[in-house]
Ligand binder design. Structure first.
Ligand code: ZN
Length: 326
C-alpha cells in the first residue's frame, strides 16, 4: 500500500515537473544580444519562437560599454545570450564568461566565420572585430544562430532554418548591391576617411581604401600626429568628403577637416556613418540591412558615385520602410 502511494506520488511529481517544461517549450525563447547587429539577426532568424532584448542601443560604443546592474539582471533572466566576439565587447568579457557557465552564451563571429577570413591588426586585440561591415561574412552568423536556437526550441527548428535561409538570400543581394554601388565611385575618390578603424572589412569586401583617424578600438587616444597624418592623406588624394560616426565624438574628424583646410584642401563631412551601432529602433536604419544601405548611400553620394536600384530580394524590406527601390 505504502509502495503504491509512493509510486502515485512520484508520477504526480513527474507530471508537475513536465507541465511547466511543456509551457516553457512553447513560449518564445528569451534571448539577449549585445549589439544591434547581432540582435537583428537573432530576431530575423528567431521569428515568433524567440524574443530578443538588445543591450546596446543607437550611438552606444561597444568597445567601451560596461554592464550595468540592470544588464546583469537581463542576462540572468535570459535563456540564451548572443554576442559579437573578438573582443568587440571588451569590457563585458568577465560577465559573459560568468554567464557562459550557466547558460548557452554564443560568440557569433568566432562560431561562424573561419579564421582565414579575419583581418589581423597591430593592436592589443590582434583581430579586427568589425565583421558586420562585410555583409557576406556577417550572413554566416544566421545559420549558427539557427543551430543554437534549435537546441533550445527543437519544435521550431524548421522555422529557424527557413528564416535563416530567407535572410541569407536578402543579405547576398545586399552584398551585391553594395559592391556595385561602391564600384560606381570614380577610382581616384574611392577612399573612405572615418573617425575610427571600423571599415577595414567594408574596404576589403567592396574595393574602397579606408583610413581611420583612430585605431581599431576607441579606447586608445588620438594624437596631434594622427590628425596631421590624416590631413596629409586628404590633401594628397584630394578627398572631397570625410565621415563622422554615430558612436564617436566628431571632433577628431573636424580637426582633420580644419588641418586639411590650412593646407588648402576644402573637404566636407559626407554624412554620419553607422559604424558600431545601428540607428533608432523602428526605423529602416535600425535594421542591419538599413545600416549598410544608409552607409553605402552616404559614401557613394559624397564621393561622386551613383547607387543602382535595389535588388528584388530587398523589395519587401524597402517597402516595409517606405524606401524607394530605384
Ligand atoms: Zn569599432
Amino acid at each position: 500500500m505504502a509502495a503504491r502511494l509512493m509510486v502515485a506520488g512520484l508520477s504526480m511529481a513527474l507530471a508537475c515537473l513536465a507541465t511547466p517544461t511543456m509551457a516553457q517549450q512553447s513560449a518564445p525563447l528569451k534571448t539577449v544580444a549585445t549589439t544591434g547587429m547581432v540582435g537583428d539577426v537573432v530576431a530575423r532568424v528567431g521569428g515568433e519562437c524567440a524574443e530578443v532584448t538588445t543591450l546596446m542601443g543607437p550611438g552606444v560604443d561597444p568597445h567601451l560599454y560596461q554592464a550595468s546592474a540592470r544588464d546583469v539582471s537581463t542576462f540572468q533572466q535570459a535563456e540564451m545570450i548572443f554576442y559579437s566576439g573578438y573582443s568587440l565587447e571588451g569590457q563585458l568579457g568577465d560577465v559573459l564568461e560568468r554567464f557562459s557557465e550557466t547558460k548557452p552564451t554564443i560568440a557569433v563571429a568566432p562560431s561562424s566565420i573561419d579564421t582565414g577570413s579575419l583581418i589581423t591588426v597591430q593592436d592589443v586585440y590582434g583581430i579586427d572585430p568589425h565583421l558586420w561591415m562585410d555583409v557576406s561574412l556577417w550572413s554566416r552568423i544566421a545559420p549558427t544562430i539557427a543551430d543554437s536556437l534549435s537546441e533550445a526550441r527543437p519544435a521550431c527548428e524548421a522555422q529557424f532554418r527557413d528564416n535563416a535561409e530567407d535572410y541569407v538570400a536578402q543579405l547576398e543581394a545586399l552584398h551585391q548591391w553594395v559592391t556595385e554601388s561602391i564600384a560606381s565611385i570614380p577610382e581616384q575618390q574611392r577612399i573612405l576617411v572615418t573617425a575610427h578603424d571600423a571599415f577595414n572589412y567594408f574596404g576589403r569586401a567592396y574595393g574602397i581604401e579606408v583610413a581611420g583617424i583612430q585605431g581599431i578600438s576607441t579606447s586608445t587616444e588620438t594624437g596631434v600626429a594622427d590628425i596631421r597624418e590624416m590631413a596629409q592623406v586628404v590633401v594628397d588624394r584630394e578627398v572631397p568628403s570625410v565621415f563622422v560616426e554615430s558612436t564617436i565624438n566628431p571632433r577628431t574628424v573636424e580637426a582633420v577637416i580644419e588641418a586639411a583646410r590650412e593646407k588648402g584642401q576644402e573637404v566636407s563631412i559626407g554624412g554620419q556613418l553607422y559604424s558600431d551601432a545601428m540607428g533608432e529602433a523602428g526605423t529602416a536604419d535600425g535594421t542591419y540591412i538599413g545600416m549598410l544601405y544608409r552607409n553605402t548611400r552616404h559614401i557613394v553620394e559624397a564621393l561622386g558615385g551613383k547607387t543602382p536600384a535595389l535588388p528584388e530580394a530587398l523589395e519587401e524590406w524597402a517597402a516595409r520602410w517606405d524606401i524607394a527601390s530605384s
